[in-house]
Unconditional design. Structure first.
Length: 255
């Protein structure tokens, strides 16, 4: 039985105070006991420590939205994976479509970041997903295949225990357009099959695959009840307590 996992990707949003208030609000709403699901928030780098303190005592863990693949050294402006561990991060999001499209990250770069993050002791939320034109050209599975092979190059079956895959169709991110339950399930089933083929059935069976792309309270139930949807990576709706908590509750209900 895969434990559901809901993560909030705050992207380049909030101020310190807004982030701390949001984190405190989530911690208060979700309480201190075991939620039966995993919950993480991923604020911008400058607010990681403050948010980590704000959720202390709750079951909420904290993640970053990126890291560099080199060891600490002369890389001006970059953040090394061990630094994130040092300040109490559990997770790092890698391969987000905004970083692929806007920052030019390739699968090869993402693979290096994934390996570095894992060896530093971080858990990785690895994002994959097709563009609208690729879906319209029936290329969804081919794109996912390329991204999975490239981004996971060199990652062993043992290391996969510390990875979560996030399927995020690019056309559904921040657009208000969500994949239908059936579209999400089909892509997730493809990804699970991919894992069985390229790793082994055990890796495929235990791997959590989150859906991301305009997840909100009103569509969370349907998406999270699909057999291969094991959680959500939430952007816009992670920025308000009243929007995010119902998504966590939907995940709890769907267990
Ligand atoms: P969205 O973003 O929920 O605002 O669509 C999801 C994501 O990019 O992780």
């Amino acid at each position: 039985m895969r434990r559901k996992f809901v993560a909030g990707n705050w992207k380049m949003n909030t101020t310190r105070q807004v982030g701390v208030d949001l984190a405190k609000g989530l911690a208060a709403a979700l309480g201190t006991g075991d939620l039966g699901v995993d919950v993480a928030v991923c604020p911008p780098f400058p607010y990681l420590e403050a948010v980590k303190s704000a959720v202390a005592g709750s079951a909420i863990t904290v993640g970053a939205q990126n890291c560099y693949f080199e060891k600490p050294g002369a890389f001006t402006g970059e953040v090394a994976a061990p630094m994130l561990v040092d300040i109490g991060c559990t997770w790092v999001i890698l391969g987000h479509s905004e970083r692929r499209a806007i920052l030019g990250e390739t699968d090869a770069v993402i693979a290096k970041k994934t390996a570095t993050a894992l060896s530093a002791g971080l858990k990785v939320i690895l994002c994959v997903g097709e563009q609208l034109s690729e879906r319209q050209a029936n290329q969804t599975e081919a794109v996912l295949n390329t991204q999975m092979s490239g981004s996971l190059a060199g990652i062993t079956a043992e290391q996969m225990a510390n990875i979560v895959i996030a399927y995020e169709p690019v056309w559904a991110i921040g657009t208000g357009v969500t994949a239908t339950n059936e579209q999400a399930q089909a892509a997730h089933a493809y990804l699970r099959g991919w894992l069985a083929k390229h790793y082994n059935p055990q890796v495929a069976e235990v791997m959590r695959i989150q859906y991301g792309g305009s997840v909100k309270a009103s569509n969370a139930d349907g998406l999270l009840s699909q057999p291969d949807v094991d959680g959500a990576l939430v952007g816009g709706a992670s920025l308000k307590v009243d929007d995010f908590v119902p998504i966590v509750q939907a995940a709890r209900k769907s267990k």
